[in-house]
Write a protein that binds this ligand. Structure first.
Ligand code: ADP
Ligand code: MG
Length: 232
């Protein structure tokens, strides 16, 4: 579903070159629940931006759902972002003046054909009783569930989540992880980025980044943990 071949991303900052990703190659199958683990500055957000065609690599090739996005034209990537990848942010990024339902409906309208209904999607994340609430009337965990509903309503096959539990307390964070994991079980390809090693223990597979390089890729250290066994 996601293939990167020798992908590098460098930024020129005046006289210095910052290497955000350094010769990264990986392959992620459909339905995998993958955590990308690494400290701040290790290149995690850069990786997600490249996979979602929000940015282009300096070198290398990226193939998503059979399409080489590094060769694509700008307008083709617009369509790709609408129909293939959905992004979930640490800070939720909901429209403050729209209700939960209207926030999700916005994504449904953007997507057009192929989208799921906004109300059933909110019900599927446990927010059937909150559809007419505004973001400021919802808890952090509920706001993140609206953001997940917004991503799911598009029907897109790939979910990318950048530190989705970073703003949440432990219990709420665990619930969000369970929700994301259940999406992978249902056939979505789910990539969650975190700097928290404890979170990575629930993944099928952990890809660890350090200074823009993959330093390990496999089952979590000490084996996969049940979400109920996490501590952070
Ligand atoms: P992470 O998400 O793991 O914290 P990032 O992918 O945001 O890391 O950043 C990786 C490195 O690339 C950092 O050193 C960061 O300062 C640098 N970087 C990221 N985006 C830019 C940019 N637009 N311009 C210059 N440097 C950048
Ligand atoms: Mg980041």
């Amino acid at each position: 579903m996601i293939t990167l071949e020798h992908v590098s991303k460098r930024y020129q900052m005046g006289d210095v070159v910052v290497t955000a990703l350094d010769d990264v190659s990986l392959h992620i199958n459909r339905g995998e629940f993958v955590v990308v683990l690494g400290p701040s500055g290790s290149g995690k957000t850069t990786l997600l931006n490249l996979i979602s065609a929000l940015d282009t690599p300096t070198n290398g090739r990226i193939v998503i759902a059979g399409k080489d996005i590094t060769q694509a034209k700008r307008f083709e990537n617009f369509r790709f972002r609408r129909e293939t990848v959905s992004f979930i942010f640490q800070t939720f990024n909901l429209f403050p003046s729209l209700t939960a339902l209207e926030n999700v409906q916005f994504a449904v309208d953007m997507r057009g054909n192929g989208a799921n209904g906004a109300v059933p999607t909110l019900q599927s994340v446990g927010l059937g009783e909150r559809v007419n609430h505004f973001p400021h009337e919802l808890s952090g965990g509920e706001q993140q569930r609206v953001a997940i509903a917004r991503a799911l309503a598009t029907g897109n096959p790939i979910l990318l989540a950048d530190e989705p539990t970073g703003e949440l307390d432990f219990r709420t964070g665990v619930q969000i992880l369970e929700l994301l994991q259940s999406q992978a079980t249902a056939g979505k390809t789910v990539l969650v980025v975190t700097h928290n090693r404890e979170i990575s223990r629930v993944a099928d597979r952990v890809i660890e980044l350090s200074s823009g390089k993959i330093v390990s890729d496999g089952v979590p250290q000490g084996g996969k943990a049940a979400i109920a066994d996490l501590h952070w």
